[in-house]
Design a protein around this ligand. Sequence first.
Ligand SMILES: [Zn+2]
Length: 424
Amino acid sequence: MNELNLEQLKLWRRQFHKMPEIGWSEFVTTATLISTLREMGYQVLSGKKFLKTDNILGRSQKEVDIGLARAASKGITPELMEEMDGLTGCVAVLDTGIAGPTVGMRFDIDCVAVNESQDLSHYPFAQGFSSQNPGYMHACGHDGHMAIGLGVALWIVTHKTALTGRFKLIFQPAEEGVRGAKPIAEGDVLDDIDYFFSAHLGMGCSSGEIMINPLGFLCTTKLDFRFYGAPAHAGINPHGGANALAGACHCVTQLMAIPRHGEGMTRINVGTLLAGEGRNVIPATASLQLEVRGGNQQINSFMTQQALRTGEGIALGFGLRFEHELMGEAVDLYNDEKLINLVTQIAVKEMGLSPQEGLFGGSEDATVLIKRVQEHGGQAIYFVLGSTIKAGHHEACFDFDEISLLYGVKIFTNCIDYLCQEHQ
Ligand SMILES: [Zn+2]
């Protein structure tokens, strides 16, 4: 059994850093997690035993196929491939056999589509652990989240006889684009969780700092719009076609004209527009990738409804068929008081971390898991674990301070220890 120390945490982090995989294609990552957690003595569930497949969002078959081929080339066994069922992520469960709380934790596992820096001033490159999957990089710190998760897992098994209750360590796929939480939340993994912990490294906090109750989480909905028209000769028969490109262009300008909401913050962005087949053909297809955000769920659903109505209206006007697909979603965050106090006691009073207050300013689908836990009567928290970073999240030179891995494990495990003691 490996010993839990900073060196071991770094080894895990660097192993994951070398093999970044984009959301829903994290097969090598998931197989590594399953094997490591089983070796520690966990029951590990993956595939359809872990995710409710009806609720999978934003999964590209092309990326899945590339991920499956990569996993085969890296020697992932047929048994593990079959077990994963073409799906990624897993939950590791350990039951102490003694009555006590069920503690759940979330660690996200996907990377971003960024080409990692190959400059010698970039520490992972200089140290020889930079991405071996060109075009993809752990540029958000999720490699660190997984290392913390394995560290917590190892601490739990080595302290099992002194603990009570059950532990569920959730390794979530596809956090980028807020896609992976919903199929976990809609399954039964979270149903019995009494306390739920989740965190992110960096995000504006430096090493030695912690933001225990980040504010300003935006609710968001990611949508794909598709318009289908009819092709026709652009010179002889333009009136015989139905122009999907023209419809899509009108849709973009109309989406930007959705009125602002008087009761809180709104955002809308159309990130891509793909349309048309050829210069002299009336364009028969067009697709948009867009997102809306809102300061709360009511405002976000106002934005979503307005966007959908715009798409439908444009399609009617241009004689097109309209389809939309939900690609991702996150909600707002309300940390529970008891866990705010507990993390404050441990991280600030006992470990001496400096508490920070501030806005998160983005979206995160741990909120979908948290909401589900709270609906079932559990309590939950999401905090920002400070780590000095070399460049912004999602940038080619992103790197975090590995000492924060140890802080992360300590906060999670000291919280677990407290909750088990409280129950005895
Ligand atoms: Zn992230």
